[in-house]
Design a protein around this ligand. Structure first.
Ligand code: MTE
Length: 327
């Protein structure tokens, strides 16, 4: 198993790109043979996976969000790409591992523990969380620190809806997000690439920002397991790794939490991790990105935007801050 050091979080290695390209070629081939239906049934991992293909995901519609900035007008990434090119290290390090292995994740029963500086701590059942607020559809760009991006129609509601209901006290300065770590369900936990469980954090004002989304679905259906079912965070102006999948605990704390990526490589992954084309990763530039779906080997890269293009909505959260120091 590669270590963090020799692999690096997260170069798009040829071995990561090839299976995707091979998959697309296979699909084209089948379509050319008039077997489009068969192509649709053939998942990225091939026939072995097709045999145990899950039933179609239940619908989860949401009304179009009216939160400013919540509806990007970019072309949507294909569902197939969004659900087969994933980072979910609990299911393996390769891009197609989560789609291959996350069928072992049991998303019911599921609870989310609310802990720390709140007046109403406790265990929330997922069915109760789903009813906290009306579902909205939001179209967000997701920029991964590795240099690729997607545009995904999520379904969920602002994390602020949950936070308000648990009544944080004055001591709640940060929010820590802990995701599931169960060896019985997650083969990737055998790797020591990260200190499990996967932990991420936000400052309280970031967590309360209306764009910070608690997502339960995408493309009008419940989340596929590999995308972080049954609930995940989506913070569209930060690198994708801030958006923890399959959340089991939300803690309200006074001190800035240490995220798993900060622990693994503090000089490479800062607490804020706002998308910023001017602050390079120590080992690669962050100035441009490869939009998944437009990525023929010679396709032109897109310029990366400050705060992933959400500066009008979130820029004021960082007014006066040195973004190089607080990367
Ligand atoms: N959450 C957990 N629990 N484990 C992970 O490995 N990877 C992160 C983030 N959330 C990750 C995670 C990274 S690096 C990215 S880019 C996004 O999930 C990818 O989300 P997607 O697969 O839905 O596009």
């Amino acid at each position: 198993m590669p270590t963090l050091k020799d692999r690096g979080f997260l170069h798009p290695l040829a071995s990561e790109i090839t299976p995707q390209a091979a998959y697309l070629r296979r699909r084209e081939l089948l379509q050319g043979l008039g077997l489009a239906g068969a192509a649709a049934l053939l998942p990225a991992a091939g026939p072995a996976l097709a045999q145990r293909a899950a039933p179609p995901l239940p619908p989860l519609p949401g009304a179009r969000s009216t939160v400013p900035g919540a509806i990007a007008t970019d072309k949507l990434t294909d569902f197939k790409d969004a659900s087969t090119y994933n980072n979910f290290y609990e299911f393996g390090l390769d891009k197609d591992d989560p789609a291959k292995h996350a069928h072992t994740l049991k998303t019911r029963p599921w609870t989310v523990a609310i802990e720390g500086a709140v007046k109403k701590p406790g265990l929330l059942d997922i069915e109760a969380v789903l009813k906290l607020a009306p579902m909205e559809e939001r179209i967000y760009r997701l920029r991964c620190v590795e240099g690729w991006s997607m545009v995904i129609p999520w379904v969920g509601f602002s994390l602020a809806e949950l936070i308000r209901r648990v009544e944080p006290t004055g001591n709640a300065k940060f929010v820590e997000f802990v995701t599931l770590a169960d060896r019985a369900q997650m083969p990737g936990l055998r790797s020591s690439v990260l200190d499990w469980p996967y932990v991420e954090g936000l400052r309280m004002d970031e967590a309360m920002h209306p764009l910070t989304l608690l997502a339960f679905g995408m493309y009008g259906q419940v989340l596929p397991n590999q995308n972080g079912a049954p609930l995940r965070l989506v913070v569209p102006w930060k690198y994708g790794f801030k958006s923890g999948k399959s959340l089991v605990k939300i803690r309200f704390v006074e001190q800035q939490p240490k995220s798993s990526w900060e622990k693994a490589a503090p000089q490479e992954y800062g607490f804020f991790s706002n998308v910023n084309p001017q602050v390079d990763h120590p080992r690669w530039s962050q100035a441009t990105e490869r939009r998944i779906g437009e990525d023929g080997l010679f396709a032109k890269k897109r310029p990366t935007l400050l705060f992933n293009g959400y500066e009008p909505q979130v820029g004021q959260l960082y007014a006066g801050m040195d973004l190089r120091r607080f990367f």
